[in-house]
Write a protein of this length. Structure first.
Length: 175
């Protein structure tokens, strides 16, 4: 049964266009991200979240996974207590080794994160890393984001302040 928090499963057109861009790992100096052309199925997401948490009761209904890093950590839209339109939902990262974090308040801020040279993994694992801006992602953000460009530390601070309970919610699912 679908959760009351499950948003539309339709893959947003702007995300499809974004995922056509080159996410270049650049031997560790770029963005470690493998974009998907559609959301991971709900069944696969629930199976993964149960394994990730070690909790057979957990389900992945609150996540719409849209990509992964090279080790299998996932980036997703997260549904929370106050559902919003899909593109206004926070974007989160759950790493293959247990790293967890909110990386953007919404898709617009995620675009600016990418423009800064940070993908979901880098935002959680290397948030203070002074990476070179990515010109291709900057142009995309300038064209599509309704929010303004901000530093990585500001984007992450705003995301954490907007969704302070995410990490605790995830950890509470773990056994």
């Amino acid at each position: 049964m679908a959760s009351e928090f499950s948003p539309s499963k339709e893959f947003p057109a702007v995300l499809s266009r974004l995922h056509l861009l080159d996410f270049d790992y650049a031997d560790g100096e770029g963005i470690d991200f493998e974009p998907y052309a559609s959301f991971m199925s709900g069944e696969d997401c629930s199976r993964w979240f149960r394994a990730w948490t070690g909790n057979d009761e957990a389900d992945g209904d609150r996540f719409l996974i849209f990509g992964q890093d090279g080790t299998g950590g996932y980036a997703a839209f997260w549904s929370h207590e106050h559902p919003a339109s899909l593109l206004d939902r926070p974007i989160v990262f759950l790493g293959s080794e247990g790293a967890v974090g909110v990386v953007a308040k919404n898709l617009d801020d995620y675009l600016w994160l990418l423009a800064s040279g940070h993908g979901p993994l880098e935002a959680v694992e290397y948030p203070d890393d002074d990476r070179a801006a990515n010109a291709v992602f900057t142009a995309f953000a300038e064209e599509h984001a309704k929010s303004s460009k901000r530093t990585v530390s500001t984007l992450l601070s705003e995301a954490h302040a907007a969704y302070p309970g995410f990490t605790d919610w995830v950890r509470a699912q773990c056994r």
